[in-house]
Design a protein around this ligand. Sequence first.
Ligand SMILES: C[S@@+](CC[C@H](N)C(=O)[O-])C[C@H]1O[C@@H](n2cnc3c(N)ncnc32)[C@H](O)[C@@H]1O
Length: 337
Amino acid sequence: MSASRISRVPVKKAQGAGKLGNQGKLSRASPQFVSPPTTSLPKRANPLLTNPPREVRRRLSPKGMAFLGMGVLVGSAYVGMLYASYQRDLERSRTLQIPPDVSDRYQRTAASYDAEVDMSETLMRMGTKREELVKRARGDVLEVSCGTGRNMEYYELGEKVVIDSKGRASVQGCRSVTFSDLSPEMVELARQKYEVKMKDKNKNKNKNKEKVQVSVAFKAQDAGSIAPPEGRPHFDTVVQTMGLCSMPDPVGVLQHLGSITEPREGRILLLEHGRSHYAWVNRILDDVAPAHADKHGCWWNRDIGEIVRQSGLEVVEMKRWHLGTTWQFVLRPIEKV
Ligand SMILES: C[S@@+](CC[C@H](N)C(=O)[O-])C[C@H]1O[C@@H](n2cnc3c(N)ncnc32)[C@H](O)[C@@H]1O
């Protein structure tokens, strides 16, 4: 006999007795009342049968249902699109012979670059990661492989003295920022972005009586041959995001950046993408790497940790996200004694 039946039998008996003896009224005081056995259930009984959980299901409004439906539809269309593109790239990668230097692809893709990466960067919350890193830039700053200037809005333009909680003063913010990239098309887009976005931002700051003193320059140049700022032997901060994947000699470029970064307080800030923590992800990256490099000008299966190790720069901080494929490094040159 099931637990629910066991518990119902005495109650039924009691109700029957109540109807006869008390004209339908049943009270604890009444002699006919029989308590249901709540404590003596057999051990195998499921307690949920005697104490069923309260109904928690809530109905979704038609509007909610419509949103949910749209979400599922868009999500599955996006996944389907990714899968189809993966299959195409897999097919092409089997036959393609791609040279290690694919950096010329950006001359062709510069105009569509932002539109191409916007969706995936939003889903991966890359804006927050860029901001977190770039706002640490201070002094004379060089950004290499700047592309279309996706980090631009995160720089603190203009130096100011900041007193920390222990009463120590330090100078923060940027005295100068040089944006550079191998592709003249990319640099030009970055310059245009600065004209539209940053000049307005600075104007508003000026309205609020904050005088911003910062010099901003744009250079189309190879990161491996860039010179120190005028009149100084070093930059205070060098920034690069998503650049090591695109250059033919990433180790050599890092070594050069180390040589133009101030050796004591100077920092090289990197946000890169590459190999994952997981073998199955790396297999996917490897399988379609030639087609991806040919189309986007980027080798997405590089071991960023190994490149940094070979550069000989000192690792001050390192973080990884997105199954390990997004790498953040804070580096500094090893001091020569
Ligand atoms: C994937 S894009 C990244 C752009 C940008 N930093 C961002 O985060 O969106 C790579 C960029 O590196 C640039 N690049 C490739 N090789 C380079 C080199 N040797 N020196 C400087 N820039 C280079 C390309 O022109 C391209 O703009």
